[in-house]
Design a protein around this ligand. Structure first.
Ligand SMILES: [Zn+2]
Length: 209
């Protein structure tokens, strides 16, 4: 029983294995730095909260705690979540305004935002060739469409955070991070962006990609 990545006998440990199990994660590889298990659980819970709210089951496939990963976290198109142990060890915060929610739950929610956008893209492009979907994903076509619609509804396209100004993909992820971490205190524009995503998810708004 047990072994690398197994859930058996994995109680305690700051709850990160329990968080992974709760999120229906298939496997966990590696482990967070000692003393950072709680933060690791918060990243996973932050991501799961978003995915659950969008009705996405098993949105996170495999979680890897990576000693070499330079980012706080990243999520690929298959839902594999990589968590950077270097960033997890480093308690210094990014400069103010760089990220909308500079905390572990905010990091998890941000990555889940990328995942949700990808799933919405797949929904909207059902029946299309995989190559075409992959191309649309890399170009951020869904995120551009979301921001276009949100801009129309809000009346402008204001900044959410410095990182969110990078491109539509990051803006969408930052809006998700804002709403699911800051709740009612979230930026009004973030809420509009998330509403657009909800409308796409439930079929109320059907964007042409
Ligand atoms: Zn991002």
């Amino acid at each position: 029983m047990g072994g690398r990545g197994s859930f058996s006998g994995a109680g305690g440990g700051g709850g990160y294995m329990a968080a992974a199990k709760n999120a229906n994660v298939r496997r966990v590889d590696g482990k967070p730095p000692a003393g950072k298990e709680k933060e690791a659980a918060e990243i996973i819970n932050g991501a799961n909260k978003v995915l659950k709210d969008f009705g996405i089951d098993k949105g996170i496939n495999i979680i890897t705690f990576d000693d070499d990963e330079k980012y706080a976290a990243s999520m690929d198109g298959l839902g594999n979540l990589t968590i950077g142990n270097k960033d997890l060890s480093n308690s210094t915060k990014a400069r103010a305004g760089w990220l909308i929610a500079d905390n572990p739950a905010g990091t998890g929610a941000h990555e889940a935002g990328h995942r949700v956008a990808h799933i919405l893209l797949r929904k909207s492009m059902q029946g299309e060739k995989e190559l075409k979907i992959a191309d649309a994903r890399s170009k951020g076509k869904m995120e551009k469409r979301i921001i276009k619609e949100a801009t129309k509804r809000y009346g402008s396209n204001p900044s959410i955070s410095e990182y969110g100004d990078k491109n539509s993909k990051e803006k969408v992820a930052e809006a998700i991070s804002d709403v699911y971490t800051n709740g009612n205190k979230a930026n009004a524009y973030s809420k509009i962006i998330v509403n657009v995503m909800k409308d796409i998810n439930n079929g109320k708004f059907k964007p042409r990609i």
